[in-house]
Design a protein around this ligand. Structure first.
Ligand SMILES: NC(=O)c1ccc[n+]([C@@H]2O[C@H](COP(=O)([O-])OP(=O)(O)OC[C@H]3O[C@@H](n4cnc5c(N)ncnc54)[C@H](O)[C@@H]3O)[C@@H](O)[C@H]2O)c1
Length: 273
């Protein structure tokens, strides 16, 4: 028997949304998938809805009838302020407020390493490390993490805020040796957050079982997250083609990597994930 009746996945057309669309199917009778972009046609156990996260009425409709939300839709990296404001900040608020009004009790939120991006690599951060965002993107993640905390304390809606590091098919550079999260480990992490009996307001780092790591999840063992993959098996391949960085470059000094060296998004070249 699936644990949930209907799980909503936002950002379902995106890179990680597509992974979760497959991976979370066993957990719910129905998956409702939403995005502003086109999704592949729904299977029998799926429903698709195209809508804007910044449109509260549309979000109210999409959340109705769901018993959990996996909120991955957002500006996926540093973007112009208006886009961050509409998609990530207003979009985050709309999801939490629609959840409150419809009685949804649990939300899994795709936060980011960039909520603490200006931590130094050697500082040994854990899940109690205070917000230290490196971008407007990071600020939007801090905002929604705090919103999640307020909605738990005031209204009892449980949240897991996943500070995802670098979730790609495989590591692509030296920083990824510490920050990589495999797709299988992402699915396992979201699954644990949906199935754990009590999550209250939990912050957890989305990282695989890498030998190098900037972050520790030792305070959130209650989730039962046990990543199986490791960036280590790609070390030779990466080190053969990527030169070591300058340790005084902000992109190496801080856990947020190259975004720590990136300027104001309204004055800089557009980034693609
Ligand atoms: N991929 C990573 O390594 C990584 C790391 C940290 C955090 N995250 C977070 O995970 C989430 C998913 O990331 P991704 O890599 O799949 O990015 P992605 O760009 O592939 O997916 C994001 C999806 O959100 C949708 N979206 C954006 N704005 C929207 C709006 N206003 N209304 C409706 N839909 C909207 C986009 O159309 C897109 O399909 C994001 O919140 C991102 O910040 C990803």
């Amino acid at each position: 028997m699936p644990r949930y009746n209907r799980i909503l996945i936002t950002g379902a057309a995106g890179n990680l949304g597509r992974v979760l669309r497959n991976g979370l199917a066993p957990l719910a009778t129905k998956l409702r998938l939403t995005d502003r972009g086109e999704m592949t046609p729904p299977e029998a156990h799926e429903e698709t809805v195209i809508c804007e996260l910044g449109n509260f009425e549309a979000i109210m409709k999409v959340v109705e009838g769901c018993d959990a939300i996996v909120h991955f839709g957002a500006a996926p990296l540093e973007r112009p302020w208006e886009e961050i404001l509409d998609s990530s900040i207003k979009g985050g608020y709309n999801i939490y407020e629609a959840a409150r009004q419809h009685g949804v009790k649990r939300i899994i939120y795709a936060s980011s390493v960039h909520a603490v991006g200006y931590e130094r690599r050697e500082s040994g951060a854990d899940t109690d490390t205070a917000h230290n965002p490196d971008t407007l993107y990071g600020v939007s993640k801090c905002f929604v993490e705090d919103l999640a905390k307020m909605y738990f304390n005031k209204f009892g809606i449980e949240s897991a805020c996943l500070r995802i590091n670098s979730c790609y098919p495989k590591p692509a550079d030296r920083r990824h040796m510490a920050t990589w999260l495999s797709f299988d480990d992402l699915v396992h992490l979201v699954e644990r957050c949906l199935l754990s009996e009590r999550i209250a307001h939990t912050v957890v780092y989305g990282i695989s079982n890498n030998q190098e790591a900037f972050f520790s999840n030792h305070k959130v063992a209650h989730l039962g997250y046990r990543p199986k993959d490791s960036a280590e098996k790609y070390r030779q391949e990466i080190e053969a083609v990527v030169e070591p960085g300058d340790p005084h470059d902000p992109a190496v000094e801080y856990v947020g990597g190259f975004l720590c060296a990136y300027g104001h998004p309204d004055e800089s070249e557009r980034l693609e994930p």
